[in-house]
Design a protein. Structure first.
Length: 190
């Protein structure tokens, strides 16, 4: 039951994008099409879960025992960068179309504060390895839910008859704000 609560909380109550406002760059940048949003969700999920496991192990069995807690952030960033390179190589080989669609946003996962934020939050929340995996999975599902919902709404808005001044970025920011308010309602913050 505890693990289900961790996932539900991460997806809805404290959504990494819409409640904690981490990972906004890919949220805005890759949300024009649902297909691209699904691809980005897959890449972020892979990187977030694997990075959380690796950073947890490095933190628990290397940094803390050696008294090197001060090196946490730079170590976590290096681990995330290596994993993003792995995803980039795999995507380029397996799905060149998805690799092209994600474009510059794929290497930007390295600096995606959602991935780094989840790795740091697992350490700060003092989760064990299993809890960390569920926390990372829940946050990546929350990231994906936000991204896919937003891209689906944006696709529909492209077909709508909006005033010229509201098309594109202005309506995207309004919708993003409305989604954030809706998800904050899950936490009781309204």
């Amino acid at each position: 039951m505890e693990y289900i609560l961790i996932i539900i909380s991460a997806v809805f109550v404290s959504n990494i994008v819409l409640n904690q406002f981490l990972g906004i760059c890919p949220f805005i940048g890759v949300s024009n099409k649902v297909e691209t949003a699904i691809g980005m969700t897959g890449a972020v999920t892979f990187v977030m879960v694997i990075a959380t496991v690796v950073t947890y192990l490095i933190w628990t069995y290397l940094l803390v025992p050696l008294g090197m807690e001060f090196a946490r952030t730079i170590t976590f960033i290096l681990i995330i960068a290596a994993l993003v390179q792995l995803v980039e190589i795999i995507l380029k080989k397996v799905s060149p179309a998805m690799y092209q669609a994600l474009g510059i946003f794929l290497p930007l996962i390295t600096t995606n504060c959602a991935v780094l934020g989840v790795a740091i939050l697992t350490v700060q929340n003092d989760y064990n390895l299993i809890q960390s995996v569920f926390f990372a999975t829940g946050n990546s599902l929350g990231f994906g839910l936000a991204l896919i919902l937003f891209s689906a709404i944006r696709e529909q808005l492209e077909l709508s008859n909006l005033p010229k001044a509201m098309r594109g970025v202005p309506i995207a920011f309004i919708v993003a704000g409305m989604l954030a308010l809706a998800f904050m309602g899950f936490a009781g913050i309204v």
